[in-house]
Ligand binder design. Sequence first.
Ligand code: GRG
Length: 299
Amino acid sequence: MPFETALIARAGPLEALLRQLLDERPLSGEIARPGQLMAAMRHGVLNGGKRLRPFLVLESAALFSADGEAALRVAAALECVHCYSLIHDDLPAMDDDDLRRGQPTVHKAFDDATAILAGDGLLTLAFDVIADEATALPAERRAALVLALARAAGAGGMVGGQTLDLEAERIRPDETGIIRLQAMKTGALIRFACEAGAIIAGAPPADRERLAEFGSAIGLAFQLADDLLDLTADASQMGKATGKDAAAGKATLVALHGADWARDQLNGLVDQAHALLDPYGEDAALLKQAAKFVANRNN
Ligand code: GRG
């Protein structure tokens, strides 16, 4: 099956679940769900993302024959965290973007305060969804998922990476610093996405580590490809939302070593990612295609 077809097929049930999770009706134990807040949360989630991270959760779970319904809920939770990060990243205090996924950003469609709260609501919802008994997994697996997602999203992961990224405008990081920043800012959630399948299935620790390493390799590839895209956008459309980083002279590996070096690195990362999945044979074919997709992506 072509990779894009598989990505779209996986997104269907995920979007249906996200719609259900973002309904205005309160869950048991909740008092009420304010309409404007829920509308802003839906705007930030149900707006046509690629759903790459959920795909990685679902495929890594399928590799170990994990429960599909539980995997779908974990995939939805992760997408909520990803969308929260995009909503906050678009705010005037951060990247100050007007458009996301081709539509007005949440703070443009609503207002800054609502966008902050929509992000907060999505981050919290993610842990609710995993911890809920409706995620029909043994309690220790739900706890392991909550812990791994918290570590990936928090100060030692995505939020910390975003902090280093903001600092990088003043303190220019060296190559090691750039790799660390990117591994945290964008890599940590992708690593979690791949590792999650093994956790959901209760796979042996060696498999969990192998999938996490696969996630780290494609996380780095994702960011390198992003920096390459940014460079191309900068050359062709200065001042647009994409191309901002290159236009701002931001420290990236592409800025440091050039586009040809980055393309070589991307090939190396795909090879490394594929080698990690070799023990799983044909079962890992779609995950291997995902690595190529991430490295060659054009949006
Ligand atoms: C604000 C806490 C906080 C964190 C923000 C990830 C991040 C940290 C900001 C996003 C900035 C950005 C655009 C980085 C480039 C890489 C990236 C995460 C792109 C968007 O991910 P895709 O391509 O997007 O998977 P879709 O829309 O397909 O989900």
